[in-house]
Design a protein around this ligand. Structure first.
Ligand code: ZN
Length: 313
């Protein structure tokens, strides 16, 4: 879909309720966002990338909560689609300590790339001239819970999509915000991925028995929306494993598997070259991860000189 098509179809995202006092909004360019309204105030899960959507979200939540304050923002990872909108909400940010480490390094080139996304939408770009990166004030390593206004919001580090990726669980509403562990209808972004942790994270979501699962991208659903990405990751792992056993290099493995994976999701023709590159990167990540895993288990012989020529390829 081109940017103008996105604009025509979704002039601006619409907030909607997903459970009592829990809301979501589907990001048109950034990630989906969520909010839990408590008697004491509002806890936000990620923030909209597009300023107009952030303001709409802010106004909507003010209205449905009867003007309650924003208490915290929980960022599920450090990618721009989740964190740039932090600047439009006046409250502390909470994120995994690795997310903080990445965000701390965001400089002018990061901000420039964000502006570039909207080069054909000057009405959006105009509001991104002065991007302020609001760093997490509170970080965590494994998990924590926030108790506010009679509700509990649990945050659990899972990794997988990035080393920082965390999910948010609202037990009284049986809602899980999955962050980018789930991106429906598109190839997952795996540049910083660990497939084993990713699969474990998806299993954890199913074990929480949520009624509603909010993906990082795509439509809200139930626990079944964890399945396509589980299947995708298991497919990559089992095929990369076979290629490793056969002694194929990382590049050969990526070249062999990428064409098989490309048709898994409907992709417009003009995006195929870029997505193919993205898929190959993902396969490469899994290759390195599995190679290590298999060596540790003795399924592959220890590293020898042969690996040097592999890297040159
Ligand atoms: Zn992400």
């Amino acid at each position: 879909m081109s940017q103008s098509e996105v604009r025509e179809e979704h002039p601006i995202a619409e907030p909607f309720p997903i459970a009592p006092g829990v809301y979501a909004m589907r990001g048109t360019r950034g990630a989906n966002v969520g909010a839990v309204v408590t008697d004491e105030g509002i806890i936000l899960i990620d923030t909209p990338l597009i300023p107009q959507e952030a303001w709409k979200w802010r106004d909507f939540l003010q209205e449905v909560s009867g003007g309650k304050p924003f208490l915290y923002i929980i960022n599920t990872d450090h990618h721009r689609g989740h964190i740039v909108g932090n600047m439009w909400f006046d409250c502390p940010v909470i994120a995994h300590h690795i997310a903080w480490r990445y965000m701390r390094g965001y400089r002018d080139n990061f901000k420039q790339r964000v502006r570039q996304l909207f080069k054909k939408q000057p009405e959006i770009q105009a509001h991104l001239q002065d991007i302020r990166i609001i760093l997490p004030e509170i970080t965590f390593q494994e998990k924590f819970a926030v108790f506010k206004g009679g509700r509990q919001v649990r945050v659990i580090h899972v990794g997988g999509h990035t080393p920082a990726t965390s999910i948010v669980y609202v037990p009284d509403a049986k809602v899980v915000f999955a962050g980018d562990l789930i991106s429906l209808g598109e190839h997952p972004f795996m540049t910083q991925a660990t497939s084993k942790a990713w699969l474990d994270g998806l299993t954890l979501i199913r074990r929480l028995h949520p009624e509603v699962v909010v993906p990082g991208h795509g439509d809200v659903g139930g626990p079944e929306i964890t399945e396509p990405i589980s299947k995708y990751l298991r497919y990559i792992r089992s095929h990369v494993r076979s290629h490793l056993k056969a002694g194929h290099s990382k590049v050969d493995t990526a070249n062999a598997l990428a064409p098989e994976l490309l048709p898994w999701f409907g992709i417009p023709k003009y995006r195929r070259p870029k997505i193919t590159q993205q898929i190959k990167q993902g396969i490469g990540k899994v290759y390195v991860e599995l190679e290590q895993e298999m060596r540790q288990k003795g399924e592959l012989p220890p590293r020898e000189e042969k690996s040097a020529s592999k890297e040159e390829k």
